[in-house]
Design a protein around this ligand. Sequence first.
Ligand SMILES: CC(C)(COP(=O)(O)OP(=O)(O)OC[C@H]1O[C@@H](n2cnc3c(N)ncnc32)[C@H](O)[C@@H]1OP(=O)(O)O)[C@@H](O)C(=O)NCCC(=O)NCCS
Length: 175
Amino acid sequence: MATTPDSVTIRRATPADAAALAELGAATFTETFGHLYPPEDLQTFLAKSHSPEWWSGALADHNRAVWVIDHESGRKIGFIVVGKCKLPVQNLEPDAGEVQQLYVLAEFHNLRLGTRLMEAGLEWLASQRRSPLYIGVWSENYGAQRFYGRYGFNKVGEYGFPVGKTVDHEFILKR
Ligand SMILES: CC(C)(COP(=O)(O)OP(=O)(O)OC[C@H]1O[C@@H](n2cnc3c(N)ncnc32)[C@H](O)[C@@H]1OP(=O)(O)O)[C@@H](O)C(=O)NCCC(=O)NCCS
């Protein structure tokens, strides 16, 4: 059955979503980037950064907000994490915000779901007076760079993002 706007609900995630978001976070990271790392580096990263404990902490953090997309099938199919900027930016502005994670399961891409998550996240960041905004994105993730470029994000720096023992070359985008 085709996924239409009526098939999905976008809502603010709560601590009760921690386990499901850990599963979805690991699945989306693995399908997008899993091929880039030795299996042990991927496992180290997922065990730390997409554990139910990590998500419980993120969902209880008042400096962050998470939206999740529920599909009518019962699956969760996408999410966005926004909050206070944690990127290694020199002379970071005290009120700087960040789009920290944005993922939609590949089988649901190009349905405007990323756009809807981005709108919810940007609206919350504006309501928290977070400015300017930053995003860290893999240097070769051209699709995401194009997506963020449409929101006025431009490259202002680079950094290394550790995934296990692998260090990714990432761009820092700002608007
Ligand atoms: C980036 C991401 C979240 C975008 O989600 P999405 O739901 O596919 O995004 P949208 O459908 O809102 O827009 C995506 C594209 O479809 C196009 N599109 C979708 N519906 C359209 C429509 N009805 N008419 C015209 N264009 C449309 C958009 O213009 C856009 O084009 P692009 O290929 O130039 O980017 C998604 O690709 C993703 O999860 N990628 C893997 C994870 C990732 O890289 N995350 C970012 C890490 S920093």
